[in-house]
Structure formats: structure tokens, C-alpha cells
Design a binder for this molecule. Structure first.
Ligand code: DGL
Length: 275
């Protein structure tokens, strides 16, 4: 059976981030739901989010998601960005009627997993400073020591890696060192990667951190949540091959350079919104 003969169109998932970070979440979703077409959206025109003010970010995310949903009607939205989710979810949920899954720091599982009671939190400077993040820590990690570090440099390095550029491993080493200089860091046994860009650098980070530190992120939990929310949707017909697309808010050479990396996620098409 071909796509055009399907009785209902396959359920489409919109995965949104400021840049390539959301691909770490898209990968987990694809593993669980390999037959669902993905629209992978990157707001590269406004990247990076981690250094932006709150009011301008709420407005921008609202604008981009509205435009995306108009051009690419989707059945579920995944805000695959901690920096955006920890700020914009209430606003988005009040405006949109489709199911929305946000990605927020995995503080709760980290606190449960830690045996020493010392956990690390590596995120963008904005996510580290958000009241939402502090609330998560208060609620789920009251008895833990949380060592937080905000880094925008790591976000840029993840982008460079996916563009196929050589990355500065020493810079990653310096960031790891900074984290390990904090009081009680020698007891840290779990590190939360609370920016979706960072799982893309998991191996590089692990190389510079003590072996006992487990690196965790929210990707797999998000994919499970998406699967659960789509459980009642019709399965695509047998033999159906989903067509994924990457949509950027701005046409740039850097976006074009991502094409080879995107093929690793089964994404062979790119489009530009120019907003
Ligand atoms: N990937 C995003 C996050 O999860 C933010 C990166 C950025 O634009 O600063 O926080």
C-alpha cells in the first residue's frame, strides 16, 4: 500500500529546538516510533536561546511555533529544548490545543539514582537560572547537593560537531574541570545533561569526567511520553516509509552544512521559513 492510499494520514510529530539539540530527542522518538514522520524544526535565526531574555524568548517561540503548525500541521508538539520548555510551556499550552511535551531537567531521576546525594546539573545559563529549575530542585532533590553549571560554549560546540567541523576537545575538558572544582564535586555520581545539545557530546564529556559519574538526560523519557500520548492514533500501514523534514527559520550556509548529519536521522529534506 502506498502513502496516498492510506485512509488516514500518519501521525506527524513536530520536534522543536533552537538548533540541533532537539535531534538528541528526535533520535529517541525515532527509536520508539520509527514509522511516524517527523518535522524537525530549528530556530537557527534566533539561536542561541540560552542567552536570550525571557520576554523576547516567549514571544519568539510563540511566533515560530504558530508559523510551523500552520505550514506543517502536526498531531503533537515536542519542545525539545530545556531553555524554552522551562519558560514557555504554560503560555503554549494556554494557546494551542494539540498535545505538547516539554523537555525539562531530569532532576527527579538523578536524585533517585544518586547514591552519594551529590548530583550535577549542566545546562544553558538561562536554564540554570530559571525559577522552574529551582522549583524542580526544591521538589525532588531537597536532600541532595546540586552542583550547577551553565555553559553556552558547549551548545556552540555541539552545533560545530553536527556541521562536521573539528571541535575543541580542550574546551570541553575545561568545562568538565570547572564543574569538578565545585565543593563536594568529588562525590558527584550523576550528572544531568539539561540542555538537549549536550547528549550530542556525551562521549566527549564522559572522557573528561570521572568514571563514576553517570550522564543522564530526558530524551528517553520524552520518547516514552510521546508514544503514550499517541497510543490511540492509527498505526501507519505496513510498508509505509515516513518522510522526515528539517525546517530552519533562516537559510544559512551553516544550516546547509548540517545535511550529512541529518541523513543520520533519516532526514533528507530541508526547508526554510525565513522568519
Ligand atoms: N537545546 C537547548 C536546550 O535544551 C538550548 C540551546 C540554546 O539555544 O542555548 O536548552
Amino acid at each position: 500500500m502506498t502513502n496516498s492510499t492510506l485512509s488516514s494520514p500518519p501521525t506527524r510529530i513536530l520536534v522543536f529546538d533552537s538548533g540541533v539539540g532537539g535531534l538528541s530527542v528526535a533520535r529517541e522518538i525515532q527509536q520508539r516510533l520509527p514509522q511516524n514522520p517527523l518535522v524537525y524544526a530549528s530556530d537557527n535565526a534566533f539561536f542561541p536561546y540560552g542567552t536570550k531574555g525571557e520576554a523576547e524568548l516567549i514571544e519568539r517561540v510563540d511566533q515560530v511555533i504558530s508559523e510551523l503548525l500552520e505550514r506543517y500541521p502536526s498531531d503533537i508538539l515536542v519542545v525539545a529544548c530545556n531553555t524554552a520548555s522551562t519558560l514557555t510551556l504554560p503560555h503554549l499550552r494556554s494557546k494551542l490545543s494539540l498535545p505538547i511535551v516539554g523537555v525539562v531537567p531530569a532532576i527527579k531521576p538523578a536524585a533517585l539514582m544518586s547514591t552519594t546525594g551529590v548530583i550535577g546539573l549542566l545546562a544553558t545559563p538561562a536554564t540554570v537560572a530559571r525559577p522552574y529549575t529551582h522549583e524542580l530542585i526544591r521538589e525532588y532533590a531537597t536532600n541532595s547537593t546540586v552542583i550547577s553549571l551553565g555553559s553556552s560554549e558547549l551548545v556552540q560546540i555541539a552545533e560545530q560537531k553536527l556541521r562536521g567541523e573539528e571541535i575543541d576537545l580542550d574546551a570541553i575538558g575545561r568545562i568538565a574541570q570547572q564543574l569538578m572544582q565545585a565543593d563536594q564535586a568529588e562525590k558527584m555520581d550523576v550528572l544531568v545533561l539539561a540542555c538537549t545539545h549536550f547528549p550530542l557530546l556525551k562521549d566527549e564529556l564522559a572522557e573528561h569526567l570521572p568514571e563514576q559519574i553517570k550522564l543522564i538526560d530526558s530524551g528517553a523519557a520524552i520518547a516514552r511520553r510521546v508514544e503514550f500520548l499517541l497510543a490511540d492514533c492509527a498505526e501507519p500501514a505496513e510498508g509505509y516509509t515516513p518522510e522526515h523534514i528539517a525546517v530552519f527559520t533562516k537559510a544559512t550556509t551553516a544550516a546547509e552544512q548540517l545535511a550529512p548529519a541529518l541523513t543520520g536521522f533519516g532526514i533528507y529534506q530541508q526547508a526554510y521559513l525565513n522568519i
